[in-house]
Design a protein around this ligand. Sequence first.
Ligand SMILES: [Cu+2]
Length: 140
Amino acid sequence: MGRITLLLVVIAGMGSLAGCGSGASDEISGVINVGLSDFVIDLSEDTVSRGLVEFKMDNKGPSVHTFVVFETDLAPDDLPTGPDGDVAESDAFAPIDELEDIKVGSGDKLNVELKAGNYVVICNLPGHYRQGMAAGVTVS
Ligand SMILES: [Cu+2]
């Protein structure tokens, strides 16, 4: 085995080790059932283990909703808002993931890699956050 080949083998080995250590596998570490209604987000769990977390939507209607995930230490009812009372997304306050157009009866799923920390999930259709569509999730 030449020196370059050996080096490549070592690098490949390090890569797969790093993959394990960061928990970047496809295995789901936790499932949270998300009940959506006018105008409540009802989570089956508000704490979950870090890793790949599956959010399972159950939109009970009557409206279409969205599901937006922020990593933040702010309280669910204390996110930055614009003049319309909707959460103001910006470079400094950007969602880490989201699902749009969640229809009534939808079984849509959102899988998000979450590290330990505090998260807030909201619906950001006009007026929905202001009327109460926000909930906190702690990842440990
Ligand atoms: Cu909504």
